[in-house]
Design a protein around this ligand. Structure first.
Ligand code: AMP
Length: 323
């Protein structure tokens, strides 16, 4: 049984990624699991090539620095030829109506002039299906927003197998228990998300300790002066309590009971985050400073992932009457 998880380098890695996903991957993953830096998925909207390259590298370094085995990570674009070929086979298996039903595409294109939207944004769920099916992943841990895409991968695997011959493992979407859902410190109604700029409400894994302190100090709370865990009424405070809970292994309510003012809680959150990120930040910077080691990890990841997928791609091309 192999699980495939991905992180898209559309911005710098932040504590939402780390506390919500990467840390758990490192702690709870099995040796057969795979982690993919999905740089091709970061190209569906306008982007900057050099930044994309640098962020893919940074994500790879963060995954390894967080404790994920270098044998289990790879960068998606290192398999661009294989994935390009398989995506085409799957696009020729996918009905237009099926792709057009994807809620995420519909949401992301609402209000936009449709003519300006990249075709890649429309077809990227098929590329995601190729990621999953090429590696023979049986389980794909996803949040609600991606479950429909895994359903599409399931449907395409079944249809391809049924039409041309058995090649693909039919994957299942699994919903991991929520490790932590971190919100933006300045806009606690929004999820903390990767951002192109230096967002004041986002703590990045590579932020210097003083910057982390400043960001946490400026986190929006409320004027109720009531130190309780009430996510609906006090979302900013609840977010700080959840971050502290994720860093200390306590429940948010326990954390609330331990502090007497928002100020002391914020100081504790900043210090806990700095400590939590310290080793990851240090190792990431070390890896980024040593191109040889990171290049080697990347190259062997590419070989591993290519070899895993080679026989499936060959069989699929042969059965589809091409290649
Ligand atoms: P993405 O940022 O969409 O590439 O997601 C990479 C991983 O980080 C996924 O498993 C997401 O569920 C997780 N993630 C992203 N943002 C947050 C957040 N604010 N809180 C918790 N988990 C998050």
């Amino acid at each position: 049984m192999a699980r495939l998880s991905a992180i898209t380098p559309s911005g710098h890695a932040h504590v939402g990624n780390y506390l919500g996903a990467v840390r758990r991957w490192a702690r709870e993953g099995s040796p057969g699991d795979l982690y993919l830096v999905s740089d091709l998925h970061a190209m569906t909207t306008p982007y900057h090539p050099q930044k994309l390259r640098a962020r893919a590298r940074e994500m790879l370094a963060v995954l390894v620095a967080s404790g994920i085995s270098p044998d289990q990570v790879f960068v998606q674009s290192d398999l661009v030829r294989e994935l390009g070929a398989l995506t085409w086979l799957l696009e020729c298996t996918c009905a237009y109506g099926e792709a057009a039903r994807m809620t995420q595409f519909k949401e992301k294109t609402q209000g936009d002039g449709k003519a300006a939207v990249r075709v890649g944004l429309f077809t990227y769920p098929v590329l995601m299906a190729a990621d999953i099916l090429l590696q023979g992943a049986s389980e794909v841990p996803v949040g609600d927003d991606q479950a429909q895409h895994v359903e599409l991968a399931r449907a395409l695997a079944r249809r391809f197998n049924g039409t041309y011959g058995e090649v693909f493992t039919v994957p299942t979407a699994v919903t991991p228990p929520v490790a932590a859902r971190i919100r933006d410190l300045v806009d606690p109604n929004a999820k903390m998300a990767k951002s192109a700029g230096d967002a004041p409400g986002v703590v990045f894994v590579l932020d210097e300790p003083d910057l982390v302190r400043r960001k946490v100090k400026r986190a929006i709370t409320d004027s109720l002066d009531r130190l309780e865990y009430r996510p609906d009424d006090q979302p900013g405070l609840a977010n700080l309590l959840e971050i502290q809970a994720a860093c200390t292994g306590k429940a948010p309510r326990e954390v609330a009971a331990a502090y007497s003012s928002y100020g002391t809680l914020k100081e504790a959150v900043a210090e806990a985050l700095i400590e939590e990120l310290r080793p990851v930040r240090a190792r990431t910077l070390e890896l980024l400073a040593d191109p040889v080691e990171l290049d080697q990890i990347r190259a062997s990841g590419a070989v591993m992932a290519r070899e895993r997928g080679a026989h499936r791609l060959e069989s699929a091309l042969r059965l589809a009457g091409v290649g």
